[in-house]
Design a binder for this molecule. Sequence first.
Ligand code: SAM
Length: 283
Amino acid sequence: MHDTTNWVTEVYSKDGSALSLTGATKLHEEQSPFQRIEIYDTAAFGKLMVLDGCFMVTDRENFLYHEMMTHPALYTHPDPKTVCIIGGGDCGSLKEVLKHPEVKRAVQIEIDERVTRVAEQYFPDLCTANDDPRAELKFIDGLKWVKDAEPGSVDIIIVDSTDPVGPAEGLFNEAFYRDCHRALGDNGILVQQSESPLFHLELQASIHGHMRNAGFGQTRTLFFPQFIYPTGWWSATLAGKGDLHNFRRDDALNKPYATEYYNADIHQAAFAMPEFFKRRLAK
Ligand code: SAM
């Protein structure tokens, strides 16, 4: 039985709900130039990172998000050599991307250096690829980096951002997706963390619309469980310059590294669309 006195809570006020983790001890708190960063130790989920009151990452279940933000796109692109991660300061997505030997360069563009420094201290397991010679860590606004990127120079852009407020707001709009489209090469793929199908359906529909308007021929959403995010059900939306139904299944089956969640069957199953989601996209 866990201590049931010290709760850390994220309140989803718009949707009349909340999530609490018990046995919470605050290990760190600071106000960076961009956000309030807190780290807790919890009884059942290990360390927890909270940004501006929103739960971001726990030791226990971050693998779900980081694997599903990365491997599906990497096994869809025919030859991913250059990958860019916008946000992702906890470095978990970078670690998954660099498990792919075919990736020659992975650039992480995080606006807030403090998130990465705090992650290095409290989530060392997520930061094991930071010293990989293929990794580049930049601390600038991802909007600017993509705008200035050489046309056609990136194979995959992964938007591992916070919710669409503050500095992340511009990462969910058509102008940004247009810049991504320009920065991506042939068969280029954009991946956007796209929130909960239950709470954020309108946002998801708008993401598809903005991506199509920005010039991407195909868009697809994949779904996965994520205990610490609102509703426990999360998504990523992919936009492709090539065919998003392409799947290097044999490569996924023979991947030379271990995962906790992702595999070839999960890859295919994750794109199955619920009826309400299909109806909303068809509107
Ligand atoms: N997995 C998380 C989720 O979905 O809740 C996201 C975690 S990651 C820590 C999100 C990061 O995006 C934050 O560290 C934040 O500083 C960064 N970010 C927000 N806006 C950004 C921007 N315009 N450019 C680069 N990074 C940005």
